[in-house]
Design a protein around this ligand. Structure first.
Ligand SMILES: [Zn+2]
Length: 352
């Protein structure tokens, strides 16, 4: 096979991935540069199922919240990028920053993006026909615009039918909702340091070999595809999505956590049902930390079911639902979610 110039000579992943990110032995992926923002390998179909399903279940459209969460996340990420560049003695223009982000979009599987137009303090237009998620891509670009330009931006599709060009138009902000989401994003996701995972790291790029074994990863077409399922994945910041979930829980009550877990469980049942014959429960659990979903510390039998501790879950209800569906598919029986107890850096999931 022809070797691409962006590819690691040993494992074939894009070299930029190992250069920019670290896989820790506690089940977490972070950026290598400060402030070491946590990243997650997301199943795109799961994400795009989750938010509309929540809206349906609670009878309230959460699209706006998703955009806001991602916008704050994008601001935080882009500001830290600009700071790191300045520390290295560079002074990037907003346009430099936008081009850099389009490059990252290709590497993270977010979709090929192209800067069509930028007018300072007015508008940024991005062409991105194969974006990973409608509300999240719009939130991302609004955040990037805000951090680089200094003005708040409202992200709109130029053509609601085609949905291939995002115009971020400078506007005045809406302080109340923003403040809430901002605080949540700033909180970040707590994670504990200790971990005993052992990876076989690629000797050339430093990424665990299991990542290239599990994913086909091609930045030329902005594709991260899971080999076993054929599904599209992305590598993206963890905070924005988690902030949205936390705001929902606060606004609408703890039961939202249970609803999210049920949605994730339904998705997981379909997903694992499809790949069941080519994998095992143990193999699937080992994939969690590689994706920064967290690490299964213990799985004990209890009350005719199981008690499972996940350390460093990226989102407790989403990961609880995944585990619930996974356990059902491989146990060939149904369980009830009897409890989801959150502690500092872990969640205990009880299935009965
Ligand atoms: Zn490598």
């Amino acid at each position: 096979m022809e070797r691409k110039k962006w590819a690691c000579g040993h494992c074939g992943l894009p070299r930029g991935i190992g250069k920019g990110n670290a896989w820790h032995n506690n089940g977490v992926i972070t950026a290598k540069q400060p402030p070491h923002i946590r990243g997650t390998l997301y199943d795109v179909e799961e994400l795009n199922n989750l938010f509309p399903a929540i809206s349906r279940r609670i009878d309230f459209d959460i699209t706006r919240l998703v955009i806001e969460g991602k916008r704050k996340d994008g601001v935080r990420y882009t500001r830290s990028l600009i700071e790191n560049l300045r520390r290295a003695g560079k002074d990037p223009s907003p346009l430099d920053v936008f081009h850099m982000i389009t490059h990252f979009c290709a590497y993270w599987g977010l979709g090929i993006a192209e800067v069509l137009e930028y007018r300072e303090g007015e508008i940024l237009s991005i062409k991105t026909p194969d974006y990973y998620s409608d509300p999240m891509a719009r939130g991302d670009w609004a955040g990037v615009f805000e951090a680089a330009d200094g003005r708040r931006g409202d992200p709109r599709w130029r053509d609601e039918e085609a949905r291939d060009i995002i115009d971020v138009v400078a506007v005045e902000g809406e302080p109340v909702l923003e403040e809430r989401i901002e605080q949540e994003v700033e909180l970040g996701i707590p994670f504990v340091e200790e971990g005993d995972l052992e990876y076989r790291y690629c000797p050339e790029c430093g990424v665990p070999m299991a990542v290239s074994e599990q994913f086909e990863w091609n930045p030329e077409i902005s594709l991260i595809r899971e080999r076993i399922s054929g599904r599209r994945f992305i590598l993206h910041n963890t905070n924005g999505i988690v902030a949205v979930v936390r705001v929902l829980e606060e606004e609408l009550g703890e039961e939202v956590g249970g609803i999210i877990a049920e949605i994730s469980r339904d998705y997981a049942r379909g997903y694992y049902g499809e790949i069941k014959d080519r994998t095992s429960l143990e193999a699937e659990l080992l994939k969690f930390p590689l994706r920064s979903w967290g690490r299964t510390a213990t799985m004990k039998k209890e009350d005719g079911g199981y008690r499972v501790r996940i350390v460093n879950p990226y989102s407790p209800p989403v990961i609880a639902g995944r585990l619930w569906g996974l356990r059902e598919v491989f146990g060939e029986r149904e369980f009830r979610l009897a409890g989801m107890e959150k502690g500092q850096g872990y969640v205990d999931v009880r299935l009965s």
